[in-house]
Design a binder for this molecule. Structure first.
Ligand SMILES: [Zn+2]
Length: 177
């Protein structure tokens, strides 16, 4: 028997599916050929490892363990993060306003020029506030800005109390504030 023929039959030989005569030929060749005997042993090792790998399955309670680990993770600190986002939104609003002014998208002078037409609407118009502020220069602008700022803060606080808390509890589970 040639080495190539022997090695072709090795799998069937190992599984015991060869005829008695063919198995005897393979056995005789392996007894006399160290090369094929080494090859056969290496093949057995590989097949044994492959068989063991197929036994690697997640344990039955794998999903339960993962979910339990998730549940043990610390919950996010709600109040602090909400206050942080309040500040971020506020800073962003001012940054956008400053940027629009700097790039000339918002033209306070032009707004002030036709601001007189809107004098009657100042009580309800937010950008009317800005027009007044510009008309009476920086001191008044700062005052109006402060008023708008206060209004925005109050709005965010109201939203945070009455709306965000509900959204948060809907997402993170029942958590009283
Ligand atoms: Zn051989």
């Amino acid at each position: 028997m040639k080495c190539s023929a022997c090695r072709d039959l090795l799998s069937a030989y190992a599984e015991g599916t060869l005829s008695h005569g063919a198995a005897a030929h393979v056995q005789a060749h392996l007894d006399g050929c160290i090369g094929c005997r080494t090859f056969a042993e290496e093949m057995m090792v590989v097949e044994h490892r492959l068989a063991r790998m197929s036994e690697l399955e997640p344990r039955a309670d794998f999903t339960h363990l993962v979910m339990a680990a998730v549940a043990r993770m610390p919950a996010p600190a709600p109040r602090r993060s909400r206050m942080m986002w309040l500040g971020v939104y506020d800073l962003l609003a001012w940054a956008v306003a400053i940027m629009l002014t700097a790039t000339g998208v918002l033209r306070w002078k032009t707004l002030a020029a036709d601001g007189g037409l809107l004098l009657g609407k100042f009580a309800v118009s937010a950008d009317g506030l800005y027009r007044v502020a510009d008309h009476f220069h920086l001191t008044t602008f700062a005052l109006a800005g402060g008023l708008v700022e206060g209004a925005v803060l109050l709005l965010f606080l109201y939203a945070g109390r009455h709306y965000l808390a509900r959204v948060q509890s809907a997402i993170f589970g029942a958590q009283t504030t």
